[in-house]
Design a binder for this molecule. Structure first.
Ligand code: SAM
Length: 239
């Protein structure tokens, strides 16, 4: 937690917050802050700054906050991700938030097991928690939006073309002819497949909607690795 993300319910006055639970534990056990210390804080979807610890007990930390800085620029990326295995899902959500991705679409694909959609990590509360961890890691405040689409064909045919408008659109697909571009630095939509990959039919549908297939070389990366590798190839912002 390189920044404590503050929510409306934390504010007891305009410039004062009370933190409990995970953030209190972190302040006490990891940062080992004392009264008078200043910590990085930021209001969700708002400005960042410093919070001065004015009270610290076993049950709460009270901070006086001054929020005067804008969060870092978002990545101009729409990430379209075949629903990952639950074991990987939390980590991928955290990493995506840390990298500055603000628009995430979780889609179905033939090789997404039906059970993946039952994971409790998809609940609003758990999504918020994991995205918060990612933002706190990066020192960012802007909460990503997550859209869930459990049917591949209606999504690709009815929604994707509009989503791709005015964007460079790519589908990462191993073994394809074209290498992934670098230093793109413009509005981009990127589709990443499931553990077993997109089927040829799905790649065809994504291409029909306007996506260009690109590869990352002969090594097959896990989705959790492919996300940061693709982002760092496409955008200079994360260097
Ligand atoms: N056997 C699958 C295949 O060949 O498509 C491997 C899927 S890989 C574990 C999961 C996803 O990560 C892929 O669908 C793709 O979007 C992305 N990916 C991983 N390695 C890649 C590579 N070398 N080139 C392009 N995309 C890759």
């Amino acid at each position: 937690m390189n920044l404590a993300l503050l929510f409306d319910e934390d504010f007891v006055a305009e410039d004062r917050v009370v933190l409990r639970g995970r953030r209190l534990e972190h302040i006490r056990a990891v940062i080992r802050a004392s009264t008078g210390d200043q910590l990085s804080v930021g209001r969700v979807n708002g400005r960042m700054g410093l919070g001065k610890v004015v009270k610290l007990t076993d049950s709460e930390a009270e901070l006086v906050v001054a929020l005067d800085k804008q969060p870092p620029a978002p990545l101009p990326l729409t990430l379209i991700l075949a629903m990952p295995r639950p074991k990987m899902f939390r980590r991928i959500m955290q990493t995506s938030a840390t990298l500055g991705i603000k628009d995430i679409w979780l889609i179905n694909s033939y090789k997404v097991e039906k059970g993946f959609w039952q994971t409790p990590w998809l609940s609003d509360e758990n999504l918020r928690e994991n995205l918060t961890l990612g933002l706190e890691q990066a020192k960012d405040t802007v909460m990503p939006s997550v859209h869930i689409r459990k049917l591949f064909k209606p999504f690709v045919e009815d929604e994707l073309p509009a989503l791709l408008k005015d964007k460079q659109a790519l589908v990462a697909h191993p073994g394809t002819a074209c290498p992934c571009p670098t230093h793109l630095n413009r509005a981009t939509a990127l589709c990443i497949g499931p553990e077993g990959g997109f089927t040829p039919y799905e790649v065809g549908k994504l291409e029909e909607a306007g996506c260009k297939s690109v590869h990352l070389g002969p090594r097959i990366l896990r989705v959790e690795t492919a996300v940061p590798v693709l982002v760092s190839r496409l955008f200079d912002a994360c260097i």
